[in-house]
Design a protein around this ligand. Structure first.
Ligand SMILES: Nc1ncnc2c1ncn2[C@@H]1O[C@H](COP(=O)(O)OP(=O)(O)OP(=O)(O)O)[C@@H](O)[C@H]1O
Ligand SMILES: [Mg+2]
Length: 363
């Protein structure tokens, strides 16, 4: 059997194999002469840049394609560019496309021996999908931290309201009642009664705000009791009849999962109250073997989902989806004008014995 090296020198078959490799590999290959002009380019480079072979060969200088490069250590200046070096095994580069976009590539370059003309060969690998995936991962992480920080802050403010202002108002109420029991004159009595009523209303308001920020039932008793108390508040405030059906074993889930499900249902109910003009709202809570499915249905005016969500400025639905996604789940919204709205939330349950990393946080 002949060696690769022997084949290269002698056989037409080997030359045609090399040409075929050059034409068909997914990495872009280009050859640059001493002045920096492109003298060879394969089909992958045409695809990446949008320029045809005719537009590239001897027409384009490498600097017209290069929007800057960086090694793993630092950004590199034009005067110290790969073109002047004998070999650069690995660097990143931004390629300028015909339509003016920049295209991230992982590159390597090597100078051919003088007997082959001393030209520079570059190989470029498309990194756009990888960079997109990395950006998405980073955004996911950021959202996760933002949601967690927001939840912690809500918990802190709810505690402050309850223990600080709530307690202070209670002390004022006790004091006013003591004054009332001392039988002051009629005018003072009337004044004190007014103050008692105002203080009671302020206490109710503080309690409502603390509950809305972070119901202690969610931490102490779990998701279903917290949802029941949320339902009662919605019924009372918005005059919507709310029903909850639970299927499957009732149990506690990890803290992040209970918080996420609570916030998602809360947002869906708030949206129904704000926009749907609904008279009824149903929540179906299904505890399945491998997932929890919560379906929230209203009989309101509905809306065009894609159009509204793509062009609207609201963050509620976006937040619902983000919260579900962070736990590997989904939120699906089905609606049409005059058809009511259905929100379906699916969150997978972690397998038995696998502890959710975040389960200690956020409770
Ligand atoms: N149950 C519903 N019935 C009718 N329209 C709805 C319903 N849920 C959502 N919508 C429509 O979808 C839009 C987007 O909702 P989303 O919760 O994302 O934003 P928002 O409620 O407008 O603002 P935010 O939640 O940030 O306060 C709403 O403005 C409303 O037009
Ligand atoms: Mg909303």
């Amino acid at each position: 059997m002949s060696t690769w090296r022997e084949d290269l020198g002698t056989s037409n078959e080997a030359i045609s194999l090399m040409q075929s490799i050059f034409a068909n590999v997914s990495d872009a290959i280009l050859v640059i002469d001493h002045e920096g002009r492109i003298v060879r380019a394969n089909a992958a480079l045409e695809q990446m840049t949008g320029w045809t072979e005719d537009e590239l060969i001897r027409e384009k200088h490498i600097c017209e394609l290069c929007l800057g490069m960086a090694t793993c250590m630092e950004e590199t200046s034009c005067t110290d560019c790969f073109f002047k070096r004998v070999q650069m095994p690995s660097f990143e580069m931004k390629l300028r496309t015909k339509d003016g976009r920049d295209y991230p590539v992982a590159a390597s370059s090597a100078r051919l021996p003088e007997e082959s003309g001393g030209k520079l060969v570059m190989i470029l690998r498309d990194m756009s999908a990888q960079q997109r995936a990395e950006k998405e991962r980073y955004q996911h992480k950021l959202t996760h931290f933002a949601i967690q920080a927001q939840e912690e802050e809500r918990k802190r403010i709810a505690r402050e309201l309850h223990d600080g202002i709530g307690q202070a108002l209670y002390s004022i109420l006790v004091g006013l009642n003591v004054v009332r029991q001392g039988n002051p004159g009629e005018a003072v009595m009337q004044h004190v009664t007014e103050l008692v009523n105002m203080t009671s209303r302020a206490m109710e308001e503080v309690k409502r705000m603390a509950l809305e920020l972070r119901p202690s039932a969610l931490d102490d008793l779990g998701l279903l009791p917290a949802l029941r108390s949320l339902m009662k508040r919605v019924e009372k405030t918005f005059h919507i009849q709310v029903e909850l059906h639970v299927q499957g074993e009732k149990r506690r889930y990890s803290a992040p999962m209970e918080t996420a499900l609570y916030r998602i249902v809360q947002e869906a109910m708030t949206n129904t109250a704000k926009y749907a003009q609904a008279s009824q709202l149903g929540i179906m809570f299904e505890n399945r073997e491998k997932e929890v499915v919560v379906t929230i249905v209203d009989d309101g005016i509905g809306f065009e989902v894609e159009k509204t969500l793509n062009f609207g400025k609201g963050l509620g639905v976006f937040g619902m989806k983000e919260r579900a996604q962070l736990l590997g789940g989904t939120v699906d919204i089905r609606s049409a004008p005059q058809e009511g709205t259905t929100v379906i939330v699916r969150i997978p349950l972690p397998e038995e014995g696998i502890l959710d990393d975040d389960s200690r946080l956020d409770r």
